[in-house]
Design a protein around this ligand. Structure first.
Ligand code: SF4
Length: 83
């Protein structure tokens, strides 16, 4: 939301394109909100949000996909548990 007006923004103001690359980075990565740190937490959440990172194999075997997601997100979750 735009703080002054409450209008929804088209994208996060902290999301920055890496110069000359088709990549993006978070300008406040180490201080990003908890919602960012833990997203996504479940495959179902990714499906609801139509996340572009879901692969066909994930939908065929959602239990395995959730295991892989848990492994990928392990570092973020540990960071939260330590704070
Ligand atoms: S991680 Fe969060 S704060 Fe950072 S760019 Fe993405 S949405 Fe914005």
């Amino acid at each position: 939301m735009q703080p002054g007006t409450g209008e929804p923004l088209e994208q996060c103001p902290w999301l920055k394109k890496v110069l000359d690359q088709n990549m993006y980075t978070c300008d406040i990565y180490y201080d990003r909100p908890d919602d960012c740190k833990f997203y996504p937490s479940t495959l179902d959440e990714m499906v609801i949000d139509e996340c572009e990172m879901i692969e066909k194999k994930d939908l065929v075997n959602p239990k395995q996909a959730q295991k892989e997601l848990d492994l990928i997100m392990e570092d973020s979750r540990v960071e939260f548990e330590e704070n």
